[in-house]
Design a protein around this ligand. Structure first.
Ligand SMILES: CCCCCCCC(=O)CC(=O)SCCNC(=O)CCNC(=O)[C@H](O)C(C)(C)COP(=O)(O)OP(=O)(O)OC[C@H]1O[C@@H](n2cnc3c(N)ncnc32)[C@H](O)[C@@H]1OP(=O)(O)O
Ligand SMILES: NC(=O)C1=CN([C@@H]2O[C@H](COP(=O)(O)OP(=O)(O)OC[C@H]3O[C@@H](n4cnc5c(N)ncnc54)[C@H](O)[C@@H]3O)[C@@H](O)[C@H]2O)C=CC1
Length: 290
Protein backbone atom coordinates (compact mmCIF):
# COMPACT_ATOMS: atom_id res chain seq x y z
CA UNK A 1 0.00 0.00 0.00
CA UNK A 2 1.23 3.54 -0.71
CA UNK A 3 1.49 6.20 2.01
CA UNK A 4 -1.91 7.62 1.06
CA UNK A 5 -3.51 4.20 1.49
CA UNK A 6 -3.83 3.39 -2.22
CA UNK A 7 -4.00 -0.29 -3.12
CA UNK A 8 -1.03 -1.72 -4.99
CA UNK A 9 -0.95 -5.46 -4.41
CA UNK A 10 -3.94 -7.73 -4.82
CA UNK A 11 -4.37 -11.49 -4.38
CA UNK A 12 -7.23 -13.23 -6.17
CA UNK A 13 -7.94 -16.73 -4.86
CA UNK A 14 -9.63 -19.00 -7.41
CA UNK A 15 -8.79 -18.78 -11.10
CA UNK A 16 -12.10 -19.87 -12.60
CA UNK A 17 -14.73 -17.91 -14.51
CA UNK A 18 -14.71 -15.00 -12.05
CA UNK A 19 -11.21 -15.05 -10.55
CA UNK A 20 -9.57 -14.75 -13.97
CA UNK A 21 -11.75 -11.73 -14.82
CA UNK A 22 -11.13 -10.00 -11.49
CA UNK A 23 -7.36 -10.57 -11.83
CA UNK A 24 -7.43 -9.14 -15.36
CA UNK A 25 -9.38 -6.11 -14.20
CA UNK A 26 -7.01 -5.38 -11.30
CA UNK A 27 -3.91 -5.81 -13.50
CA UNK A 28 -5.40 -3.57 -16.19
CA UNK A 29 -5.68 -0.61 -13.80
CA UNK A 30 -2.08 -1.16 -12.67
CA UNK A 31 -2.27 -3.31 -9.55
CA UNK A 32 0.26 -6.09 -8.99
CA UNK A 33 -1.81 -9.30 -8.91
CA UNK A 34 -1.19 -12.79 -7.58
CA UNK A 35 -3.71 -15.26 -8.99
CA UNK A 36 -4.00 -18.45 -6.92
CA UNK A 37 -5.67 -21.72 -7.85
CA UNK A 38 -5.17 -25.22 -6.46
CA UNK A 39 -5.14 -26.47 -10.03
CA UNK A 40 -2.19 -25.60 -12.33
CA UNK A 41 -4.40 -26.51 -15.31
CA UNK A 42 -7.01 -23.96 -14.19
CA UNK A 43 -4.28 -21.32 -13.92
CA UNK A 44 -3.21 -22.06 -17.48
CA UNK A 45 -6.80 -21.80 -18.68
CA UNK A 46 -7.23 -18.56 -16.73
CA UNK A 47 -4.16 -16.93 -18.28
CA UNK A 48 -5.27 -18.05 -21.74
CA UNK A 49 -8.75 -16.58 -21.13
CA UNK A 50 -7.20 -13.30 -19.96
CA UNK A 51 -5.04 -13.21 -23.13
CA UNK A 52 -8.11 -13.79 -25.32
CA UNK A 53 -10.04 -11.05 -23.55
CA UNK A 54 -7.13 -8.59 -23.88
CA UNK A 55 -6.98 -9.41 -27.60
CA UNK A 56 -10.67 -8.50 -27.90
CA UNK A 57 -10.02 -5.16 -26.21
CA UNK A 58 -7.11 -4.53 -28.59
CA UNK A 59 -9.24 -5.46 -31.63
CA UNK A 60 -11.97 -3.06 -30.57
CA UNK A 61 -9.42 -0.24 -30.00
CA UNK A 62 -9.91 -0.06 -26.25
CA UNK A 63 -6.36 -1.18 -25.46
CA UNK A 64 -2.99 -0.58 -27.14
CA UNK A 65 -1.14 -3.65 -28.38
CA UNK A 66 1.87 -3.07 -26.11
CA UNK A 67 -0.39 -2.97 -23.04
CA UNK A 68 -1.11 -6.69 -23.47
CA UNK A 69 2.27 -7.89 -22.19
CA UNK A 70 2.39 -5.18 -19.51
CA UNK A 71 -0.94 -6.33 -18.08
CA UNK A 72 -0.08 -10.02 -18.30
CA UNK A 73 3.30 -9.21 -16.69
CA UNK A 74 1.50 -7.85 -13.62
CA UNK A 75 -0.24 -11.20 -12.99
CA UNK A 76 1.74 -13.85 -11.13
CA UNK A 77 0.07 -17.27 -11.05
CA UNK A 78 0.51 -19.39 -7.90
CA UNK A 79 -0.82 -22.61 -6.44
CA UNK A 80 -0.19 -21.79 -2.79
CA UNK A 81 -1.95 -19.15 -0.70
CA UNK A 82 0.69 -18.36 2.00
CA UNK A 83 3.36 -16.85 -0.28
CA UNK A 84 0.80 -15.28 -2.62
CA UNK A 85 -0.89 -13.16 0.06
CA UNK A 86 2.37 -11.84 1.57
CA UNK A 87 2.38 -8.03 1.52
CA UNK A 88 -0.99 -7.63 -0.24
CA UNK A 89 -3.48 -4.83 0.43
CA UNK A 90 -6.59 -6.62 -0.80
CA UNK A 91 -7.59 -10.27 -1.15
CA UNK A 92 -10.60 -11.28 -3.24
CA UNK A 93 -11.62 -14.91 -2.93
CA UNK A 94 -13.51 -16.41 -5.87
CA UNK A 95 -13.42 -20.14 -5.11
CA UNK A 96 -16.35 -22.57 -5.27
CA UNK A 97 -19.70 -21.44 -3.88
CA UNK A 98 -19.44 -23.77 -0.85
CA UNK A 99 -19.19 -22.47 2.70
CA UNK A 100 -16.68 -25.11 3.80
CA UNK A 101 -14.29 -24.21 0.94
CA UNK A 102 -14.65 -20.48 1.67
CA UNK A 103 -13.86 -21.20 5.37
CA UNK A 104 -10.75 -23.16 4.49
CA UNK A 105 -9.51 -20.42 2.16
CA UNK A 106 -10.29 -17.52 4.53
CA UNK A 107 -8.51 -19.28 7.41
CA UNK A 108 -5.37 -19.78 5.33
CA UNK A 109 -5.52 -16.26 3.89
CA UNK A 110 -5.94 -14.62 7.31
CA UNK A 111 -3.00 -16.57 8.73
CA UNK A 112 -0.60 -15.20 6.11
CA UNK A 113 -1.92 -11.87 4.78
CA UNK A 114 -0.93 -8.59 6.46
CA UNK A 115 -3.23 -7.77 9.40
CA UNK A 116 -4.43 -4.59 7.66
CA UNK A 117 -5.39 -6.28 4.36
CA UNK A 118 -9.12 -6.38 3.58
CA UNK A 119 -10.56 -9.79 2.73
CA UNK A 120 -13.23 -9.62 0.03
CA UNK A 121 -15.44 -12.52 -0.93
CA UNK A 122 -17.06 -12.76 -4.36
CA UNK A 123 -19.76 -15.11 -3.10
CA UNK A 124 -23.04 -14.90 -5.05
CA UNK A 125 -25.28 -15.41 -2.06
CA UNK A 126 -23.62 -16.93 1.01
CA UNK A 127 -23.75 -15.06 4.31
CA UNK A 128 -20.70 -12.80 4.72
CA UNK A 129 -21.08 -13.18 8.49
CA UNK A 130 -20.93 -16.98 8.15
CA UNK A 131 -17.88 -16.80 5.87
CA UNK A 132 -16.06 -14.49 8.33
CA UNK A 133 -17.12 -16.46 11.42
CA UNK A 134 -14.01 -18.70 11.30
CA UNK A 135 -11.74 -15.68 11.81
CA UNK A 136 -12.92 -14.52 15.24
CA UNK A 137 -12.04 -10.82 15.51
CA UNK A 138 -10.66 -11.02 11.96
CA UNK A 139 -14.29 -11.08 10.73
CA UNK A 140 -14.17 -7.26 10.79
CA UNK A 141 -11.89 -7.46 7.70
CA UNK A 142 -14.27 -9.64 5.69
CA UNK A 143 -16.59 -7.96 3.20
CA UNK A 144 -18.78 -9.07 0.29
CA UNK A 145 -17.36 -7.86 -3.02
CA UNK A 146 -19.73 -9.32 -5.57
CA UNK A 147 -18.54 -8.85 -9.15
CA UNK A 148 -20.56 -9.81 -12.22
CA UNK A 149 -19.62 -11.93 -15.19
CA UNK A 150 -17.74 -10.82 -17.29
CA UNK A 151 -15.98 -8.88 -14.53
CA UNK A 152 -14.00 -6.85 -17.05
CA UNK A 153 -17.17 -5.41 -18.63
CA UNK A 154 -19.97 -5.38 -16.06
CA UNK A 155 -20.26 -2.03 -14.31
CA UNK A 156 -21.32 -3.00 -10.80
CA UNK A 157 -19.68 -4.35 -7.67
CA UNK A 158 -22.23 -5.17 -4.98
CA UNK A 159 -20.71 -4.59 -1.54
CA UNK A 160 -22.13 -6.54 1.37
CA UNK A 161 -21.62 -5.73 5.02
CA UNK A 162 -21.48 -8.74 7.35
CA UNK A 163 -22.53 -8.34 10.96
CA UNK A 164 -18.90 -7.87 12.03
CA UNK A 165 -17.59 -6.01 8.95
CA UNK A 166 -16.00 -2.73 10.07
CA UNK A 167 -16.87 0.62 8.49
CA UNK A 168 -13.20 0.98 7.56
CA UNK A 169 -13.24 -2.35 5.68
CA UNK A 170 -16.42 -1.36 3.83
CA UNK A 171 -14.98 2.04 2.87
CA UNK A 172 -11.72 0.48 1.63
CA UNK A 173 -13.64 -2.12 -0.38
CA UNK A 174 -15.62 0.71 -1.96
CA UNK A 175 -12.41 2.62 -2.78
CA UNK A 176 -10.91 -0.52 -4.30
CA UNK A 177 -14.00 -1.19 -6.45
CA UNK A 178 -13.89 2.41 -7.67
CA UNK A 179 -10.17 2.06 -8.48
CA UNK A 180 -11.29 -0.71 -10.84
CA UNK A 181 -13.70 1.69 -12.53
CA UNK A 182 -16.83 0.13 -11.02
CA UNK A 183 -20.03 1.58 -9.64
CA UNK A 184 -21.05 0.22 -6.23
CA UNK A 185 -24.19 -0.52 -4.26
CA UNK A 186 -24.13 -1.47 -0.59
CA UNK A 187 -26.30 -4.18 0.89
CA UNK A 188 -26.42 -3.02 4.50
CA UNK A 189 -27.85 -6.21 5.99
CA UNK A 190 -26.25 -9.56 5.44
CA UNK A 191 -29.14 -11.44 3.86
CA UNK A 192 -28.36 -14.44 1.58
CA UNK A 193 -28.54 -13.44 -2.08
CA UNK A 194 -28.11 -9.75 -1.14
CA UNK A 195 -29.86 -7.52 -3.70
CA UNK A 196 -28.81 -8.88 -7.07
CA UNK A 197 -28.84 -12.68 -6.78
CA UNK A 198 -32.29 -12.70 -5.15
CA UNK A 199 -33.75 -10.58 -7.94
CA UNK A 200 -31.96 -12.52 -10.67
CA UNK A 201 -32.99 -15.90 -9.23
CA UNK A 202 -36.71 -15.06 -9.38
CA UNK A 203 -36.61 -14.50 -13.14
CA UNK A 204 -34.38 -17.51 -13.68
CA UNK A 205 -36.65 -19.77 -11.60
CA UNK A 206 -39.66 -18.90 -13.76
CA UNK A 207 -37.68 -19.62 -16.93
CA UNK A 208 -36.66 -23.06 -15.59
CA UNK A 209 -40.25 -23.87 -14.59
CA UNK A 210 -41.50 -22.81 -18.05
CA UNK A 211 -38.91 -25.09 -19.63
CA UNK A 212 -40.06 -28.00 -17.42
CA UNK A 213 -43.69 -27.27 -18.29
CA UNK A 214 -42.81 -27.45 -22.00
CA UNK A 215 -44.20 -23.97 -22.58
CA UNK A 216 -41.60 -23.07 -25.20
CA UNK A 217 -38.14 -23.99 -26.46
CA UNK A 218 -35.07 -22.66 -24.59
CA UNK A 219 -34.43 -20.44 -27.61
CA UNK A 220 -37.89 -18.84 -27.42
CA UNK A 221 -37.83 -18.39 -23.64
CA UNK A 222 -34.52 -16.55 -23.99
CA UNK A 223 -35.65 -14.60 -27.04
CA UNK A 224 -38.80 -13.47 -25.20
CA UNK A 225 -36.75 -12.03 -22.35
CA UNK A 226 -34.12 -10.49 -24.63
CA UNK A 227 -36.55 -8.75 -26.95
CA UNK A 228 -39.41 -7.96 -24.59
CA UNK A 229 -37.26 -6.51 -21.83
CA UNK A 230 -34.02 -5.59 -23.62
CA UNK A 231 -31.92 -7.94 -21.50
CA UNK A 232 -28.60 -8.68 -23.26
CA UNK A 233 -29.04 -12.41 -22.58
CA UNK A 234 -32.01 -14.61 -21.78
CA UNK A 235 -32.11 -16.41 -18.39
CA UNK A 236 -31.16 -19.84 -19.76
CA UNK A 237 -28.22 -18.65 -21.86
CA UNK A 238 -27.14 -16.59 -18.85
CA UNK A 239 -27.07 -19.81 -16.79
CA UNK A 240 -24.78 -21.38 -19.40
CA UNK A 241 -22.62 -18.24 -19.24
CA UNK A 242 -22.36 -18.31 -15.41
CA UNK A 243 -21.70 -22.06 -15.20
CA UNK A 244 -24.61 -24.32 -14.24
CA UNK A 245 -22.71 -25.86 -11.30
CA UNK A 246 -22.16 -22.43 -9.72
CA UNK A 247 -25.78 -21.52 -10.53
CA UNK A 248 -27.07 -24.69 -8.84
CA UNK A 249 -24.87 -24.09 -5.77
CA UNK A 250 -26.23 -20.53 -5.55
CA UNK A 251 -29.86 -21.66 -5.85
CA UNK A 252 -29.26 -24.40 -3.26
CA UNK A 253 -28.03 -21.74 -0.84
CA UNK A 254 -30.97 -19.42 -1.58
CA UNK A 255 -33.38 -22.33 -1.09
CA UNK A 256 -31.86 -23.12 2.31
CA UNK A 257 -32.04 -19.46 3.34
CA UNK A 258 -35.35 -18.27 1.88
CA UNK A 259 -37.40 -21.42 1.34
CA UNK A 260 -39.50 -23.00 -1.39
CA UNK A 261 -39.49 -20.16 -3.90
CA UNK A 262 -35.86 -20.97 -4.68
CA UNK A 263 -36.01 -24.82 -4.72
CA UNK A 264 -33.62 -25.79 -7.57
CA UNK A 265 -35.73 -27.30 -10.39
CA UNK A 266 -34.99 -30.86 -11.54
CA UNK A 267 -34.10 -29.71 -15.05
CA UNK A 268 -31.13 -27.79 -13.59
CA UNK A 269 -30.11 -30.60 -11.22
CA UNK A 270 -30.09 -33.00 -14.16
CA UNK A 271 -27.89 -30.73 -16.27
CA UNK A 272 -25.27 -30.61 -13.52
CA UNK A 273 -25.56 -34.35 -12.80
CA UNK A 274 -24.87 -35.01 -16.49
CA UNK A 275 -21.79 -32.75 -16.43
CA UNK A 276 -23.46 -30.22 -18.73
CA UNK A 277 -22.14 -27.11 -17.03
CA UNK A 278 -22.70 -24.57 -19.83
CA UNK A 279 -19.95 -22.74 -21.68
CA UNK A 280 -17.18 -24.00 -19.43
CA UNK A 281 -17.87 -27.65 -20.31
CA UNK A 282 -19.00 -26.97 -23.89
CA UNK A 283 -22.63 -27.94 -23.31
CA UNK A 284 -25.54 -26.79 -21.14
CA UNK A 285 -28.97 -25.64 -22.20
CA UNK A 286 -27.17 -24.90 -25.49
CA UNK A 287 -24.38 -26.55 -27.42
CA UNK A 288 -21.21 -24.44 -27.23
CA UNK A 289 -19.12 -26.77 -29.36
CA UNK A 290 -17.26 -28.50 -26.50
C1 LIG B 1 -29.23 -17.54 -8.58
C2 LIG B 1 -28.46 -16.44 -9.30
C3 LIG B 1 -26.95 -16.74 -9.24
C4 LIG B 1 -26.40 -17.31 -10.51
C5 LIG B 1 -24.91 -17.64 -10.52
C6 LIG B 1 -24.00 -16.56 -10.06
C7 LIG B 1 -24.06 -15.27 -10.88
C8 LIG B 1 -23.65 -14.11 -10.07
O1 LIG B 1 -23.35 -14.17 -8.88
C9 LIG B 1 -23.62 -12.76 -10.66
C10 LIG B 1 -23.59 -12.66 -12.16
O2 LIG B 1 -22.57 -12.56 -12.77
S1 LIG B 1 -25.10 -12.66 -12.93
C11 LIG B 1 -24.68 -12.36 -14.62
C12 LIG B 1 -24.34 -10.92 -14.91
N1 LIG B 1 -23.95 -10.78 -16.32
C13 LIG B 1 -24.83 -10.58 -17.28
O3 LIG B 1 -26.01 -10.44 -17.04
C14 LIG B 1 -24.26 -10.56 -18.66
C15 LIG B 1 -25.31 -10.39 -19.70
N2 LIG B 1 -24.67 -10.29 -21.00
C16 LIG B 1 -24.10 -9.13 -21.44
O4 LIG B 1 -24.08 -8.12 -20.76
C17 LIG B 1 -23.51 -9.18 -22.82
O5 LIG B 1 -24.08 -10.27 -23.51
C18 LIG B 1 -21.96 -9.30 -22.83
C19 LIG B 1 -21.36 -8.01 -22.25
C20 LIG B 1 -21.47 -10.49 -22.04
C21 LIG B 1 -21.43 -9.49 -24.26
O6 LIG B 1 -21.93 -8.50 -25.06
P1 LIG B 1 -22.70 -8.82 -26.43
O7 LIG B 1 -23.80 -9.73 -26.13
O8 LIG B 1 -23.00 -7.52 -27.09
O9 LIG B 1 -21.67 -9.68 -27.25
P2 LIG B 1 -20.40 -9.30 -28.05
O10 LIG B 1 -20.78 -8.66 -29.35
O11 LIG B 1 -19.63 -10.59 -28.07
O12 LIG B 1 -19.59 -8.26 -27.16
C22 LIG B 1 -19.80 -6.86 -27.14
C23 LIG B 1 -18.47 -6.15 -27.01
O13 LIG B 1 -17.83 -6.54 -25.79
C24 LIG B 1 -16.58 -7.19 -26.10
N3 LIG B 1 -16.41 -8.30 -25.19
C25 LIG B 1 -17.34 -9.22 -24.85
N4 LIG B 1 -16.84 -10.05 -23.92
C26 LIG B 1 -15.57 -9.63 -23.67
C27 LIG B 1 -14.55 -10.05 -22.81
N5 LIG B 1 -14.71 -11.10 -21.98
N6 LIG B 1 -13.38 -9.38 -22.82
C28 LIG B 1 -13.18 -8.33 -23.62
N7 LIG B 1 -14.12 -7.85 -24.47
C29 LIG B 1 -15.29 -8.51 -24.47
C30 LIG B 1 -16.68 -7.62 -27.54
O14 LIG B 1 -15.41 -7.73 -28.13
C31 LIG B 1 -17.51 -6.49 -28.13
O15 LIG B 1 -16.68 -5.36 -28.31
P3 LIG B 1 -16.94 -4.32 -29.50
O16 LIG B 1 -16.61 -5.08 -30.74
O17 LIG B 1 -16.05 -3.15 -29.22
O18 LIG B 1 -18.40 -3.95 -29.43
N1 LIG C 1 -19.85 -17.69 -12.48
C1 LIG C 1 -20.37 -16.49 -12.29
O1 LIG C 1 -20.96 -15.92 -13.23
C2 LIG C 1 -20.25 -15.80 -10.98
C3 LIG C 1 -19.78 -16.44 -9.86
N2 LIG C 1 -19.66 -15.77 -8.67
C4 LIG C 1 -19.10 -16.42 -7.49
O2 LIG C 1 -17.68 -16.43 -7.64
C5 LIG C 1 -17.14 -17.63 -7.03
C6 LIG C 1 -16.38 -18.42 -8.07
O3 LIG C 1 -17.27 -18.79 -9.09
P1 LIG C 1 -16.73 -19.24 -10.53
O4 LIG C 1 -15.57 -18.43 -10.90
O5 LIG C 1 -17.91 -19.30 -11.38
O6 LIG C 1 -16.28 -20.73 -10.19
P2 LIG C 1 -15.34 -21.71 -11.03
O7 LIG C 1 -15.79 -23.07 -10.72
O8 LIG C 1 -15.24 -21.26 -12.45
O9 LIG C 1 -13.89 -21.45 -10.37
C7 LIG C 1 -13.59 -21.74 -9.05
C8 LIG C 1 -12.09 -21.99 -8.98
O10 LIG C 1 -11.71 -22.11 -7.61
C9 LIG C 1 -10.65 -23.05 -7.56
N3 LIG C 1 -10.50 -23.52 -6.19
C10 LIG C 1 -11.29 -24.41 -5.52
N4 LIG C 1 -10.84 -24.55 -4.24
C11 LIG C 1 -9.77 -23.74 -4.11
C12 LIG C 1 -8.87 -23.45 -3.06
N5 LIG C 1 -8.99 -24.04 -1.87
N6 LIG C 1 -7.87 -22.56 -3.29
C13 LIG C 1 -7.71 -21.97 -4.49
N7 LIG C 1 -8.54 -22.22 -5.55
C14 LIG C 1 -9.55 -23.08 -5.34
C15 LIG C 1 -11.06 -24.13 -8.54
O11 LIG C 1 -9.94 -24.90 -8.96
C16 LIG C 1 -11.65 -23.28 -9.67
O12 LIG C 1 -10.68 -22.96 -10.66
C17 LIG C 1 -18.33 -18.36 -6.41
O13 LIG C 1 -18.45 -17.95 -5.09
C18 LIG C 1 -19.50 -17.86 -7.28
O14 LIG C 1 -20.73 -17.97 -6.63
C19 LIG C 1 -19.97 -14.43 -8.55
C20 LIG C 1 -20.41 -13.73 -9.64
C21 LIG C 1 -20.64 -14.37 -10.94
Amino acid sequence: MTDNGTVQKVAVIGGGVMGSGIAQLAATVGHEVRLVDVSPERLETALAAIGTSLDRFIRSGRLETDQREEILGRITPATRIPEAVEGVDVVVEAVLERLEVKHQVMTEVAAHAPAEAILGTNTSQLSITAIGSVLGEGASRVVGMHFFNPAVLMRLVELVKGLETSEDTLRRAEDFARSLGKETVVCLKDSPGFLTSRISAILRMEALHMLEEGLASPEDIDKAVRLAFNHPMGPLELGDFNGLDTYLDALTGLHAAHGERFRPPVVLRNMVAAGRLGRKSGRGFYDHGG
